[in-house]
Design a protein around this ligand. Sequence first.
Ligand code: BGC
Length: 260
Amino acid sequence: MTAHAFGVDIGGSGVKGAPVDVSTGELVGERVRIPTPQPATPRAVAKVVGQIIEQVAERTGDDAIENLAEMPVGITVPAIVSHGVTRSAANIDKKWIDAPAEEIFADVLGRPVTILNDADAAGYAEVYYGAAQGESGLVIVTTLGTGIGSALVYHGQLIPNIELGHLEIDGFDAEKRAAASVRTKEDLSWKAYTKRLQRFYSKVEFLFSPDLFVVGGGISRHSDKFLPQLDLRARIVPAQLFNQAGIVGAARFAHDAPAG
Ligand code: BGC
């Protein structure tokens, strides 16, 4: 039987959601995006997630999706998530710090949900459907965006919340030097930006000795500008799911580890 789950990706500018066929990682209904509310408090974002699910239900024909109301729901947040509680807020509203996010969302949506870190969701998606599929060793998936997200996967098992974007490198929080947003903000050439990435990935490689790095985030579309220049022992490849990784990974995670 085909299993479906609903994935939601909470980002700084938009909240996106869609139902996913977890056997293939493909979307099985409309993908709906609503701008992230400001301030992006947990309760305000939860209401937007409710609207997304409603809109998907309206736009998707009944026969295209099975039991939207019954599907497990997985939701990503750009924060540490421990037992349903969000513990950090580097690039989102500070109200997420120590918020019982799973409880708040379940209350607003009237159904149980599974919440996980955004990069962990992307890592999970790459392992099941993307660039790290079939990889048996140690995989580190990094997302280069507003911040740097990271996921550690060993023998297909996700070890959550590793937060490598906050490694201190040369006296800086790594993401303050090497996130994709910093390249734009500081107007860095690809060469200058690649140098910063080299510092970051060399440090991570020294600490973890992964077999494979997967590089995600919007910038992975331009991976030819920096990946071939990076000198590492591990293989380093672009992500394959691009901006769908959060939705797909969250859906699969919720299916594998249903809430409640
Ligand atoms: C946060 C992580 C998140 C990453 C990407 C970092 O600033 O600390 O939890 O995964 O940004 O959004």
